[in-house]
Design a protein around this ligand. Structure first.
Ligand code: DX5
Ligand code: ZN
Length: 219
């Protein structure tokens, strides 16, 4: 089954609770929460206080994508604030510190993930593959919504799919960036089972129909 994770980066922040309730009612599986620190990526988005408000507003599964330097400093606070899954970029710290971050997330009873940016090889997941519930392959450079999918990242998705099938078949494979009705079939064919989608879902007139079409894009 294909899962859809709308990224709230494209939501109307003045009405965030309603926006999230709406996409959940329209069939969203996860809510994708993009945290940017102005260091790991150029932009600054939102963080723990916004997650605290959102947690009070919804029971939905919140998938936190940390685009921050040295996320090990923050993972416990995100878990304690209500994240259901916390995802760290492999480029944002050493292997040792990333393993430590995953261990903290797990000890909080939350799901774990690692993310690969464009330019990072699929093998970069190998030190973590036994410790994660999800691998996220970025299909754009992180830091901004509304970009076009980088087609060569689908090769990375295929390679990560092989690693997952071989080493941790229950692990989910998520893609993030430039997912539209046109690009979703190729992402699914490459092996993704969770599609993050910001602008395609939040800017749609009929969100229910878009979410249904995205999740059926592999059929
Ligand atoms: C980019 C974020 C994405 C972004 C996706 O750094 O990680 O989650 O919101 O936006 P779209 O789907 O518009 O490309
Ligand atoms: Zn994201």
């Amino acid at each position: 089954m294909i899962k859809i994770a709308p990224s709230i980066l494209s939501a109307d922040f003045a009405r965030l609770g309603e926006e999230v309730s709406d996409v959940v009612a329209c069939g969203a599986d996860y809510i994708h929460f993009d945290v940017m620190d102005g260091m790991f990526v150029q932009n600054i988005s939102f963080g723990i206080p916004v997650l605290a408000s959102l947690r009070r507003a919804t029971d939905a599964f919140i998938d936190v994508h940390l685009m921050v330097e040295r996320p090990v400093r923050y993972v416990k606070r995100f878990c304690d604030t209500g994240a259901d899954l916390v995802n760290c970029h492999v480029e944002s710290d050493t292997v040792e510190n990333t393993l430590e971050a995953l261990s903290v997330i797990r000890s909080c009873g939350k799901k774990t993930g690692v993310t690969l940016s464009p330019g990072t090889k699929a093998e970069a997941v190998l030190p973590f593959i036994d410790q994660v519930d999800l691998v996220l392959v970025m299909t754009v450079y992180p830091g901004l919504g509304g970009q076009s999918l980088i087609a060569s990242q689908l090769d990375v998705v295929r390679e990560v799919r092989k690693i997952i099938d071989d080493r941790n078949p229950c692990c989910e494979l998520e893609v993030d960036g430039g997912i539209t009705l046109e690009t979703a079939p190729a992402a699914i064919a490459a092996g993704a089972n969770v599609l993050v989608s910001g602008s395609t879902v939040f800017h749609a007139k009929d969100r229910k129909s878009i979410i249904a079409s995205l999740s059926a894009a592999g059929c």
